[in-house]
Structure formats: structure tokens, C-alpha cells
Design a protein around this ligand. Structure first.
Ligand SMILES: [Zn+2]
Length: 693
């Protein structure tokens, strides 16, 4: 970051203490030049920084401080404008100390360690015996007496600025550009709306941290910060006496609302800008959460149960609890930490109690291991909350009841049906998986709480990528965004009875089967093309036209002609052939009349059709595995992120309709029947989840 170049001389200054002459108590800068240290520094900050450090050591040696004037003063004289801001020095020192962790799997840990120390200086004793561990070294730097003093001297705003800049610098070093992009437009160290906004909110919310209203406080903050049109309200009358009213006065007051507007995209904003602003809003929430959580943890601390202080200590507590099996590494914990702590009420009771609540939640029971379903042993067990296990048992009971009824009618058919049902699934997924939404640290997946199962994920995929709904409609003529009634709002199976759910599940499975049948081979593909064109043009072209359609569409696809102009041209010719038996070459262009409105509409229609045929050719081509096989088409593998081509081979709904009916009518919501938007055919979740604590 160019703007920082003037400050880099301070980048490896270990601390003021290091420049004092007593080597016995305090390492001098020359200690920092021992071979092992140089290696570490080279790794941490690069050769240039080491050269500068050597330079500095030499400077200090040849320019001894006058009596009563220590080296710090000498440095200040050399760089007068820098010494005025203690935050700048700290930014450089912390970045240098954490530099070797940037871009590694430990980067988020390093940031969390820095945040904790900046929030509560000296909150942790130095871990010993880990000199070779860069994270432990970072902890050492942060725990040094002098560093603690300097951090303690900062006010809240300086702390926030410090963290903000260390985060940005390290993100920059590891090439994570989202946060950096957002920052680069701003002159370094200038007023940052993220910092200002976070600070305003934290100051107003601080009295509520560690109090019973903390969760309501957090909900209000989240709603307002993430709002697309932040609300402005006049201050409540009791703002002087009620801390919640005081927070509302600030949260809905002109300063904060203006700050949030700065981070809110307008309607014309490009996707990249939206993404950037969204990331910055989440950055505000993270800053606010970290600070308030630290306050709550300090308030909840007792002599026997002090504040955990660091993410490492939190992780130690997790490793000694039932949560251990779900968060195996510190990195996994770092990714889920904020959402987990928030969900278990850390803003109200502090992190230690929140983690104890989590430990109670993940005990066995209520966590339950499901190893079999409907008489079939699962490929691997699923661990779910007892409420989910109860729903699964209830569904199983319904399937056995259905079997009993069928047995009385026709035992052989009943046995065949039940065997088919058992064949239609193999696993219920892993069950509990503690993870945050990739885009929102505070939105935890419901899998985190054991409230969801994923049945045979690959064969019943998620439609997040590629949005195959459109092509499914082209190929099958059916709209899977709508239920059989044609209505498309909300989830069209939730809360319905067994038979009603089964109707919807059967319909979706048939659409899935029709879709794969259309892409079974080149032969079925060309039949699909002809069928589609005949439907769209209300014609009855013969099968002999299909070869031309397929070949022309395939050629256009291979040539990358997404517009399919040649295909549209072919369609025009075929129309003439069908009408007259031959292609009329027509008079020369000079003599042609201007195109009528009907001509224009017809060419637009043919262009659209041409494009669609190229699309179909592409979906089929991409459904063939690479490299091209010698024998019969070797198809692509199934994927839990369904694309038009993977579902062309494997379908998207392979669950037995009775299985879906039994699960949904037992209190589960199926994301395969979401009215509009993202579909997830594998996923069933509790409609009425239990409390976490
Ligand atoms: Zn799921």
C-alpha cells in the first residue's frame, strides 16, 4: 500500500523497550539480529524489512542517545510526523508480527488473536515452548508488557482504527481482495465510514452488552445495518433513562443512518459494487460484535471463571467439551466463531457461558445418531438433534403404515414397492455440521444445529449454480418453480398431508425423468429439438428435418456462436421448404420490399429459437465426460451442485415420492419444493426447531 511507505521504517521496531540498553531484562535491537531471529523476520516481513532493521540498529549504534534522551526520541526526531500517531506505529508492528501468517490457513486465527489483544490488552499470558509457532510468537509480541501498556493507552476509536488497518493490510498481503478493494479507494488512515459507523454503534450499545436485552440489541443492530433502506426515527422520549431507548436514538438517528446509507448500494449499482458494500456492512457487524462480545465477556467474568480472552482459550474449552467432534481445528472454529457465539447468547452472557451452553446443546442426548432408516442401514450415520431424530422416526412409522396397507392389498407389489423405496436412498448426509453462511458470518446453516438432513446429495442436488430451472422448462414444458396447482409462492409442500405432498413429489420426479430422457443420446436430443421447434412454431415438421437441426446447432455450439444465427437461418429455410417444398432464392435485395412488422417478429422468434437449440446442444455436449470416449458416450458424474449438464445425466429428483411425503408430513420442510429461487432437493429441515439454550 503506497500510502504506508513513509511509515515503513517503524515496521519492525520491536517496541520502545527493545531499545533500552539493558540486555539482561530487555532484548535490544541487536538481539533481534541473531541468526534464528533474522530467519524468522525474513519469513515474517521479507528481506527489505530485515535490511531496514539492520540499518536501524546501526543508526542507533552510531548515534547514541544523549543522557536523558532515549532512542525513541532519536527516532522521533528523524520522523517527526510519524511519532504523533501511536496507532500508526502499532499497525506496522502488528502487521510485521503477523505477516508470516498472511495467506496461510492461520490468517484468520492471527486476526482473531490481534483483535482480542487490542480489545482487552494483556488479557492472556504468553504461551511458552512454541517459539517456532508464528501464532505463538504473535501472541508473545501482543503480550509484551510494553505492548500491553501502549494498547491500554488507546481509546476505543483508536482501537477500532488499529484493527481495521491491520485487517486490511493482512488481507492485502494474502491477496484477499474484497475487503481491500473496499478500502483502496479511500486514502489510507482517512476517516472510514466503516470505522465511524462501528464506533457510533458500539458506544451506544456498550451499556447493553452483558445485559438481558443484549439479544434484542443485536437483532436491532443487524436489521438496521443490513437494511436496504435504513430507518430514521426520532429519539425515544426515555432515551435518558433506558439504555435500549438510548441505543435506538443512535441507531435510528441521522449520523448512523447516513453512515449506513453510505454502505447501501443504490438501484443502479453494479454487482461488484453491491458485493463490495455488502462486505463492508458485514465488516461493520463483525467489528461491533467483537467489541460488544469482549465487553459482555468481561462483565460476565468471575474470579474463578475469568474471561477466556483469546480464541485459543475458547478453542481449548471447546476441545474439552461435546462440541469437540464438530469443530476439530482452530481454523474451523475461527470460521464459525462469531455465528456460534452469537447464537448461544455471548452478547448477553459472555463467551465462556455461551460455549458452555453450546457444550450442553451438543451433548448426547439431545444429539442423536441415526444409523438406519426404513429398515435400511445408512452408508454412514447422521448425527442430528433429537427433534430431527423424532421427525425421522415419525416418517419411518408412516412408511411402515403404508407398507402394512399395501401388504393387505397385494403382498408382492407391496414388497416390490418397499424395496424400491429403500433403493432410492443411501444416506441422510452427515447431520450436524457447524458452519456459517459463506457470505454472512452471523447466518449459520441450520445443519449447524442438527436441524436438517441431506438425503443422497449428489442425486438430489442443489440448484444454486447454473439455475437449471429455465432449461428444465424448455425441455419438459414444466415449471418447477411452481407446484401442480400452478401457484409459485412459498414452499408448495410445507405443512401438507402425506398424499398431497406425494402428488407434488411425483410430479417433480417425473419432470426430472423427462429431462434426463431428453438428453439420453444424440438421437433423443434431436427429437427434443424437433419437438421444441414444432411446439414453438406450431408446425408439424417431419423427423427428416431433425438431423439438420442437430448438426447446425452442434456446429454453432462448437464455434461459440451463442446467438445461433446459422440455426435461425436454417429454421427460416426449413419453414420455406415445409411451405413450398423448396427454398425460394427470391428476388435480389434491391427489389425487396421493406420488412413488415410480421417479418420482424418472425425473425426475432427464429433468432430466439436458434439460440435455444444451441443451448440444448451445449448442455448435451457438456454432459459427455472428457476426454471423449471411444465407445458409447461416457457421461459426467453427478454433483451436489446441479448444473443443466449433470442433471441431464442423473436428474435432480431421485427420491421416492413416498419418502418425501413421509418426511414432509412429519414436520419437515423440503427445499426441493421452494416456490421460487434456490432449490435443494436433498435438504429437509425442521419446520419448528427447538431452542438452542
Ligand atoms: Zn442441506
Amino acid at each position: 500500500m503506497r500510502a504506508h511507505q513513509g511509515h515503513e521504517k517503524t515496521s519492525l521496531e520491536p517496541s520502545q523497550a527493545n531499545r533500552q540498553p539493558d540486555r539482561g531484562r530487555n532484548p535490544t535491537s541487536l538481539d533481534a539480529l541473531e541468526p534464528a531471529t533474522i530467519l524468522y523476520l525474513q519469513e515474517a516481513a521479507g528481506n527489505q524489512s530485515v535490511t531496514r532493521l539492520i540499518q536501524r540498529a546501526t543508526d542507533t549504534a552510531i548515534a547514541p542517545a544523549a543522557p536523558g534522551q532515549d532512542a525513541e526520541v532519536v527516532a522521533q526526531q528523524a520522523l517527526p510526523q510519524l511519532a504523533t500517531d501511536p496507532v500508526l506505529d502499532l499497525v506496522e508492528e502488528l502487521v510485521a508480527a503477523a505477516a508470516s501468517l498472511a495467506g496461510t490457513g492461520s490468517a484468520s486465527k492471527a486476526l482473531a488473536v490481534i483483535d482480542v489483544h487490542v480489545n482487552s490488552p494483556g488479557s492472556r499470558s504468553t504461551e511458552t515452548g512454541k517459539e517456532l509457532d508464528p501464532l505463538a510468537r504473535l501472541g508473545d509480541v501482543l503480550s509484551a508488557d510494553d505492548m500491553v501498556k501502549r494498547l491500554t493507552a488507546l481509546n476505543a476509536k483508536q482501537r477500532l482504527t488499529l484493527k481495521q488497518h491491520v485487517h486490511n493490510r493482512l488481507a492485502h498481503m494474502q491477496g484477499q481482495d474484497t475487503e481491500v478493494l473496499a478500502q483502496e479507494a479511500l486514502p489510507a488512515f482517512a476517516t472510514d465510514p466503516v470505522v465511524d459507523l462501528s464506533e457510533e454503534i458500539v458506544e451506544a450499545a456498550r451499556p447493553l452488552a452483558g445485559m438481558p436485552q443484549a439479544n434484542a440489541m443485536w437483532a436491532a443492530i443487524t436489521d438496521q445495518v443490513l437494511s436496504a433502506s435504513p430507518t430514521r426515527r426520532s429519539a425515544p422520549a426515555n432515551a435518558d433513562t433506558d439504555p435500549m431507548a438510548a441505543l435506538q436514538a443512535v441507531l435510528y438517528g441521522s449520523t448512523v443512518v447516513a453512515g449506513i446509507y453510505e454502505l447501501t448500494p443504490d438501484n443502479n449499482a453494479k454487482p461488484k459494487k453491491r458485493e463490495e458494500l455488502r462486505a463492508r456492512k458485514h465488516s461493520v457487524l463483525s467489528h461491533v460484535f467483537h467489541q460488544l462480545e469482549a465487553v459482555a465477556s468481561e462483565r460476565a467474568a468471575t474470579a474463578t471463571e475469568p474471561s477466556l480472552g483469546t480464541i485459543t482459550h475458547e478453542f481449548d474449552l471447546i476441545q474439552a467439551s461435546s462440541v469437540k467432534g464438530y469443530l476439530k481445528t482452530l481454523q474451523e472454529y475461527a470460521g464459525a466463531r462469531d455465528g456460534l457465539l452469537q447464537a448461544f447468547g455471548a452478547l448477553e452472557v459472555g463467551s465462556r457461558v455461551a460455549l458452555n451452553r453450546a457444550a450442553a446443546y451438543y451433548n448426547t442426548p439431545p444429539m442423536t445418531t441415526v444409523t438406519a432408516f426404513a429398515g435400511k442401514t445408512l452408508q454412514w450415520p447422521a448425527i442430528v438433534h433429537s427433534s430431527m431424530a423424532a421427525a425421522i422416526r415419525q416418517a419411518e412409522g408412516k412408511l411402515y403404515a403404508t407398507l402394512a396397507v399395501k401388504m393387505q392389498q397385494d403382498p408382492v407389489a407391496a414388497a416390490t414397492w418397499f424395496a424400491g423405496l429403500q433403493d432410492s436412498f443411501h444416506n441422510l448426509g452427515d447431520g450436524v455440521e457447524i458452519r456459517a453462511n459463506a457470505n454472512n458470518a452471523f447466518a449459520m446453516s441450520v445443519h449447524s444445529w442438527g436441524w436438517a438432513i441431506d438425503v443422497d446429495a449428489e442425486l438430489n442436488p442443489n440448484f444454486a449454480k447454473g439455475s437449471p430451472q429455465g432449461i428444465v422448462k424448455v425441455v419438459t414444458g414444466q415449471d418447477i418453480d411452481k407446484g401442480s396447482s400452478g401457484k409459485g409462492r412459498g414452499n408448495f409442500t410445507t405443512g401438507k398431508q402425506y398424499e398431497d405432498v406425494k402428488v407434488e413429489a411425483e410430479r417433480l420426479r417425473e419432470i426430472s425423468q423427462d429431462y434426463t430422457a431428453a438428453f439420453e443420446s444424440e438421437d433423443t436430443l434431436k427429437q427434443l429439438m424437433l419437438r421444441y421447434v414444432n411446439g414453438a412454431l406450431a408446425t408439424n415438421w417431419p423427423t427428416s428435418f431433425a438431423d439438420d437441426l442437430l448438426r447446425t446447432a452442434q456446429t454453432a455450439d462448437q464455434a461459440g456462436d451463442d446467438q445461433g444465427r446459422n440455426v435461425a437461418e436454417l429454421l427460416k429455410e426449413l419453414k420455406e421448404v415445409a411451405a413450398t417444398g423448396a427454398v425460394s432464392k427470391g428476388p435480389s435485395t434491391l427489389l425487396q420490399p421493406p420488412p413488415s412488422l410480421q417479418d420482424i417478429m418472425e425473425s426475432a422468434e427464429l433468432a430466439r429459437l436458434g439460440q435455444t437449440l444451441v443451448w440444448l446442444a451445449r448442455v448435451y455436449r457438456q454432459s459427455i465426460a472428457k476426454p471423449p470416449p471411444v465407445g458409447p458416450p461416457n457421461r459426467v458424474a453427478a454433483d451436489f451442485e446441479g448444473t443443466p449438464s449433470t442433471i441431464a445425466v442423473h436428474g435432480f429428483m431421485n427420491l421416492d415420492p413416498d419418502l418425501v411425503a413421509a418426511l414432509v408430513s412429519s414436520g419437515l420442510r423440503w427445499l426441493g419444493s421452494v416456490g421460487e429461487g434456490t432449490k435443494d432437493f436433498m435438504h429437509f429441515e425442521l419446520v419448528n426447531p427447538p431452542a438452542l439454550y
